[in-house]
Design a protein around this ligand. Sequence first.
Ligand SMILES: Nc1ncnc2c1ncn2[C@@H]1O[C@H](COP(=O)(O)OP(=O)(O)OP(=O)(O)O)[C@@H](O)[C@H]1O
Length: 361
Amino acid sequence: MDMKPVLRLKNIVKRFGEFVALHGIDLDIEDGEFLTIVGPSGSGKTTLIRLLVGMDNPTEGEIWLRDKRIDTVPANARPTCMVFQSLALFPHRSVGENIEFPLKIRGVSKTKRKQRALELLELLRLPEHYYSKRINQCSGGERQRVALARALAFDPEILFFDEPLSALDYRLRKTLEKELKDLHERTGKTFVYITHSLEEAMVMSDRIAIMRSGRLEQVTDAEGIYARPVSRFVAEFMGEVNLFDIEGTAQGSVRSKGVEVHVNGANGDNGVDLAPGETATLMVRPEFVRFLKSTETNDFVVKGLLRAEYALGSRMQYLVEAADGSHLTVEKLREDRYTGAIGDEVVLGWDIDHTHFIRGD
Ligand SMILES: Nc1ncnc2c1ncn2[C@@H]1O[C@H](COP(=O)(O)OP(=O)(O)OP(=O)(O)O)[C@@H](O)[C@H]1O
C-alpha cells in the first residue's frame, strides 16, 4: 500500500450556534486505507463525515484532497462518494439503471454505462442477469451490493460509508463485512467508514479512529486500540476489561488502591515507571487472567470469590468479586473452563506482558 495522505484534515472545528460538535480535528487518511471512525452516539461521527463529503462546511480548519483544498467545494464537485445508510436506491427501477444513474447524470453514453454496470456486477459478484432485475425484487444483501456498485460507478477516489450495515440482521452483516473488506482489497480504494459497532471496525479496518465528544481520542490499528488504549474510555469502549487504580511505591513497585494486587517487580517494566505516589490505571483483558493453582504465582495476583459463570458460545465468562467488593471478569475458552463451583475462593493472576498501563483518564 502506498502510504501517503489522500485526505488531510487540519484543525477542523464545527459549531452549531454555541455548541461545539468538533473541537479541532487533525487527521491524515492514507491512500488506499480502510479507516473506521467509531464512537458513542453524539460523539460527532456524522458531523465529521458530512464535512468530508461536502454536505456541510467546517466553521474553522481545512480539508485537503491531495494538493487541493476542498472544504469549500460543494459535494457534487468532489471526486468522492458516500454510501448512505438508507441506500437511496430507486426501488421500481432495475439494478442496471440504479448503477448507471451517477454516470447518466454525468452524461456518459448508454453503451459505456452498460459496459461499466456489467463490470461492476461482476466485481460485486452479482449475476449478469440482475442487470434487468428490479430493486424491489432484490434481497437486503443484494441491495447493499447494488448500492456499492453504484457508489463505485464513476470511480471515486474515496468511498464514505455511514453505518451501511446497521439495519441488517447479524448473519447478513457478517457476510457483508467480509465482502466489504474483500472489495476494499480488490479495488485498492480509500474507504472511510463510520459505525457504532466495534466488532465491525475490528474485522474490516486498517486503522480505527475512536471519537469522544467531538475529539479523536486515539487513531491506530485494531491491535493497538485493543491492547494499548490511551485512556480508560478507549479501554472500556473496546469490550470487557479489568481496570485498577494503581500507585507507585517507594520500593519502586506499584500497588493497587482498590483491590489487593500483589505485584512482583512490575514497576519500570512494560512501560510503567511511576514515581512514589504517582497514579495510573492498570489494564488487563479478561482472556489473559488465569485461575492460579495453589502452587502457582504470577506478576499480578488478586484473590476473590467466584460469583458467576456465563456461557458465551465458544467462551466462558467468569465474574470474580475481590476483597473490596469490586469485580473482575475472566474469560476462558470452553475447553479450558474453570472446573470448580460458584462461591469458590479463587486466586487470579496474569503476566506483566499482558498488562497495559494507562496514564491520565
Ligand atoms: N444541525 C445540528 N444542529 C445542532 N446540533 C447538532 C446538529 N447536528 C449535530 N448536532 C449535535 O452534534 C453532536 C454530534 O452529532 P453527530 O450526529 O455527529 O453524532 P454521531 O456520533 O454521529 O451520533 P450517532 O452515532 O448517534 O449518529 C450531537 O450532540 C448533536 O446533537
